[in-house]
Design a protein around this ligand. Structure first.
Ligand code: AMP
Length: 222
């Protein structure tokens, strides 16, 4: 089962993908996280892409396609990939299909989270991630406290691109380059739209129901 979790910045992809990874033994492929790791590790690639990410623009397709191809070639995680924040444009989406196909894999579904824009801005500006456990909190909606988080405040950090200027650009990039991908997946009957304004647990229930129906469907076919 290979899944794409799709949605604008702040839609809740990170939160839902953390749950899915645990419950379905999936391997999360977040190109954003992979790129941020390059920056934190101070690699050549990290230095090259930092200003692009801080501006909220897309990193070049060549860099992304290379990262993805290396992951798909890894047999240990064959057919249990959860793509989070990837693909970001039609070129990447077509390349993903090609590389999966070449490696005898395919996509099972695309789960698209839709959220109204006012909530998205507040979610992004309030976002805090724990660098120790990966849990995502929100200063406004769900602050980290001693009840819901054991790692302590010192591990909480804000992303350098979670500011008003970068987020405006990230939304524009999303509408212009990323949203058109939905038609590509709709034509292939892979698309499932999910109301991302609902409560985290309710969204997750809906996601699980979709995945179970796909699993049954695969089972019936085999
Ligand atoms: P994310 O963590 O998914 O919000 O991504 C953070 C930033 O990393 C984006 O604003 C882009 O600058 C870059 N990025 C992440 N994924 C991609 C991708 N698939 N293609 C191009 N740039 C990406």
């Amino acid at each position: 089962m290979n899944i794409i979790l799709f949605g604008p910045p702040g839609a809740g992809k990170g939160t839902q993908s953390n749950n899915l990874v645990k419950d379905f033994n999936l391997f999360k492929v977040s190109t954003g996280e992979l790129l941020r790791k390059e920056i934190n590790d101070g690699t050549n690639l990290g230095n090259e892409i930092k200003s692009t990410i801080d501006k909220g623009s897309l990193v070049s397709d060549n860099i992304i396609n290379d990262l993805i191809e290396n992951i798909i070639l890894d047999k240990k995680i064959n057919n249990r990939l959860l793509f989070d924040g990837y693909p970001r444009n039609l070129n990447q989406a077509k390349n993903l299909s090609k590389v999966l196909n070449k490696n005898n894999q395919k996509l099972s579904c695309v789960l698209s989270l839709t959220v109204n824009k006012d909530s998205l801005i507040k979610r992004v500006l309030g976002r805090q991630t724990c660098s120790k456990c990966g849990k995502i909190f929100n200063e406004f909606y769900e602050p980290a406290t001693s009840d819901n988080h054991n790692c302590g405040q010192k591990f909480l950090h804000k992303r350098s691109d979670d500011n008003e200027k970068a987020i405006t650009n990230r939304f524009e990039t999303y509408s212009r380059d990323t949203l058109p991908i939905l038609d590509f997946y709709k034509e292939q009957n892979l698309l499932h739209q999910i109301n991302g304004n609902a409560k985290i647990d309710d969204i997750y229930k809906e996601i699980r129901a979709i995945i179970s129906s796909i699993d049954t469907w695969h089972y019936e076919l085999s």
